[in-house]
Ligand binder design. Structure first.
Ligand code: NAP
Length: 248
């Protein structure tokens, strides 16, 4: 059963990792895919072709999610190219990990701008067509460290906690317009972001996970398909963890 037939979805930061995994699953479920990227130009162009080969409409946009004006242009371009916008997955994110005593102002600002301000930027312009259509879905990528905190990640954890509060706030503001907003809080998922971690850190994470393994991008994408579909039509304002039981 194709759960996202006739839906147009925007997925930010889908040139690799979780965003790419979500875009692929969305395409398999019949959605048209608009996606963004910033530095991975060749990967993004190849991915656009990979999506089109699945028989759906797909287009990649080079657009910095942290840039307010770029977000306005992005949504305008998507509406011109696709005609509507049903689902927004705010996924683009970065880490600049270090202990607070060593963290520079730049490391703080970059993470807050890319991870949190981006969600404001994209959502601010995406709600217009959704309010007009009296229908829409936001899925925002948080993290379990946005719930629990993490040493060495004051910037990242704060951005991810902010995303949860933002998600609940727009769920309250826009519920009467039939616009839903939920957050996904992954734990430890195998991507380039987690590949940077030293071997011993990985091992200690895996030991602490009740299911004894890292998650995959598919584990997150399966939830994103459900939340984006009409099967989740009475679910809003929630934060759902995909973490193998690491945080209960
Ligand atoms: P990743 O492999 O590092 O990929 C990040 C993606 O975001 C890339 O496609 C990148 O595009 C894009 N991106 C970064 N900055 C951008 C910007 N300013 N504008 C547009 N796109 C930008 O990361 P991931 O592991 O897939 O993580 C995806 C999301 O899940 C993030 O929000 C992350 O915080 C969250 N998350 C991940 C984990 C995990 O274990 N992996 C756990 C919890 C939460 P370019 O390469 O083209 O720049």
């Amino acid at each position: 059963m194709k759960l996202l037939q006739n839906k147009v979805a925007l997925i930010t930061g889908a040139s690799r990792g979780i965003g790419k995994g979500i875009a692929l699953k969305y395409a398999e479920h019949g959605a048209s895919i608009a996606f963004t990227y910033l530095s991975s130009v060749e990967k993004a162009l190849a991915f656009e072709k990979e999506l089109e080969a699945l028989g759906i409409k797909a287009k990649g946009y080079r657009s910095d999610a942290a840039d307010f004006a770029a977000a306005e242009k992005l949504i305008e371009d998507i509406l011109t190219d696709f005609g509507s916008l049903d689902i927004v997955v705010n996924n683009a994110g970065i880490t600049r990990d270090t202990l607070l005593m060593r963290m520079s102002e730049q490391q703080w600002d970059e993470v807050i701008q890319t991870n949190l301000k981006s969600v404001f930027n994209i959502s601010k312009f995406a709600i217009k067509p959704m309010m007009k259509a009296k229908s829409g879905v936001f899925i925002n990528l948080s993290s379990i460290v946005g719930i629990n905190g993490n040493a060495g990640q004051t910037n990242y954890s704060s951005s991810k906690a902010g995303i949860i509060a933002f998600t609940k706030s727009i769920a309250k503001e826009l519920g009467s317009r039939n616009i839903r907003a939920n957050a996904i809080a992954p734990g430890f998922i195998e991507t380039e972001m987690t590949a940077e971690l030293p071997g011993e850190v990985r091992k200690s994470w895996e030991q602490a996970i009740p299911l004894k393994k890292a998650g995959t991008t598919d584990d997150v994408a399966n939830l994103a398909v459900f939340l984006g579909s009409d099967m989740a039509s009475y679910i809003t304002g929630q934060t759902i963890q995909v973490c193998g039981g690491l945080l209960m």
